[in-house]
Ligand binder design. Sequence first.
Ligand code: NAD
Ligand code: DAU
Length: 361
Amino acid sequence: MENILVTGGAGFIGSNFIRFLLSEKKGVRLCNLDILTYAGNLENLKEVQEDERYRFFYGDINDQALVRQILNEFKIDTIVHFAAETHVDRSILGPADFIQTNVFGTYHLLEEARRFWIDEGFNREKKVRFHHISTDEVFGSLPPDDEPFNETTPYAPRSPYSASKAASDHLARSYFHTYGLPITITNCSNNYGPYQFPEKLIPLSILNAVQGEPLPVYGDGKQIRDWLYVEDHCRAIELVLEKGTVGETYLVGGNNQPTNLEIVESICKILDDLIPGSPFKPHSSLIRYVEDRPGHDRRYAMDTRKIQRDLGWQPTVSLEAGLSKTVKWYLENWDWVASVCSRPEFGLWVTRNYWQRGGKR
Ligand code: NAD
Ligand code: DAU
């Protein structure tokens, strides 16, 4: 792992991964290819923009000529593929971009990796790797008493987002079996932490609570997610790149099972303590039950024994500590929050997603 291409590195997890890797690994050169959708933000990478090991390329993963140029010019031996449309609610309101980026984009990237590494023989000089970042959502909705997902759980995606991610996982795996492209896949549970775009539950709740806005909880709020602090995810990816077996999938998760309501209530308690003089205390009084997400997956849970056993990975940040760090980060980086939220696109999204949902205490 010397010359790395990260796709989608201006987004939430990608930008955390770039900062993490540049601080962990002195000898790497890193190219970041990102088209800067509403979710991509170069502010997320301010700390590394002057680092001579880092280069940013504005562009689409579907642009095969650009991908080809980067692979050739920088002799890329490792691709870490984050770029995607990622918000389930947006996929419900408009699936087209999800198919275009998650399915076609992954296909085009795989094609260029195959051409450069296999057809042109770069893999005879170098050890190469295509690491595909995926999600637990491809496994569908888990009944309350069922065992957690594992690496052999059949795929059963239920939203356009998860279906598009499932398709991309299948494509990546097919390039391994058919063409011998050295791929690995991680399917991870819900991430949270610094620089997450405030359309997702945790940053949205922090931001709304601080401003005294309603905290929208879909349905009965008893849906269960498994939450992982983003830096633990970055460490898992690094380990899979270094020690993972080619062709294999690894499940990554935080080993916790809170309901959405419990998450929102925890955020409210943290804010009550951090802002004792807030006029919105107790912040939990802002919680509103709103119309549910169509096809809402009830529960995700992850069996992470394989990555623990084979690679020695386990989460290091508890949900309690991680939530507290995250809330503090948002409070201390209100300039970032304000700049993201002042973009007209964000206001439009909030109106589009929430205006007809109603709201009950
Ligand atoms: P994000 O939405 O914050 O960022 C996505 C990034 O991809 C943005 O910078 C965007 O500009 C870029 N992008 C989108 N389309 C592109 C294109 N066509 N070409 C180039 N760049 C493009 O996403 P995230 O939450 O950081 O997720 C990153 C990856 O991790 C995704 O593949 C997602 O499916 C996966 N994942 C996310 C989570 C989570 O909880 N956030 C959990 C498991 C897996
Ligand atoms: O599980 C991994 C996935 O986690 C990733 O693959 C996705 O890219 C990522 O967006 C995330 O998907 P979720 O749909 O689980 O995340 P979100 O933050 O949108 O929602 C978390 C839960 O909270 C979910 O059950 C829906 C609920 N929710 C969400 C929002 C935005 C609410 O109750 N109210 C809200 O306003």
